[in-house]
Write a protein that binds this ligand. Sequence first.
Ligand code: 5GP
Length: 181
Amino acid sequence: MNTTNTDLARILVTREAIQTRVGEIARQIDHDYRDASRLLVVGILRGAFIFTADLTRQLAIPHIVDFMALTTYGKRTTVGEVRVVMDLREPIENEHVLLVEDIVDGGHTLSYLQRMLADRNPASLRTCVMVRKRRENALARIDYLGFEIPDAWVVGYGLDYADRYRTLPFIAELKPEVYRK
Ligand code: 5GP
C-alpha cells in the first residue's frame, strides 16, 4: 500500500464520499424501478466489479446480477477497439436492464454497449456510471452518475493502471510520470 501510494498525485473521491453516493444512487434506482417486476443489473468487468457489488447490496428492489467482460485493444491509457470477451448468460429481451460502468471518458465504450444491448430489445436500458471525466461532446447517455472528475488517469475502486491499484478504497489521480513511463 505504501509503495502504491507514492504513485498517486491526489485522492479525488474519498471512500466515505463513494459510500454516501452509492447509497444515494441505490435509493434513486429503488424509486425509479418501484413498478418493475425485477431489474437486471449488468456490471462491466473488470473495472465495475466493486461498484456493482456495492450498489447491488444497497438495492431494495428485486434484482439479478450478471456481468460482461470487455477488452480494448490499444494503448494502456487510451481506448482502442472494444470487444466483448464474455457475454451475458441469458437473453435480455423484455428485461429492465441497468448497465453499470466504472468510468466514462469520451463515451465510446458505453455508447458501443448501449447500441449492442438496445439491439437485444430489453424492456428498458439505463446506465449507471461511477465517474465521468469532464468533456464536451461525450457520446454516451448516462442516467445515474457518481461523480464528475478532472481529465487525468485515475485508479482505485475497481479502476486500474496495468492491472494495479484496482482495490484501493478511494479514487485517485495517478502521477503522470507513472503512466508516461
Ligand atoms: P471511453 O470509451 O469513455 O473514452 O473510455 C472508457 C474506458 O476507458 C473505460 O471503460 C476504462 O476502461 C478506460 N478509462 C478511461 N479513462 C480511464 C482512467 O482514468 N482510468 C482507468 N483505469 N481507465 C480509464
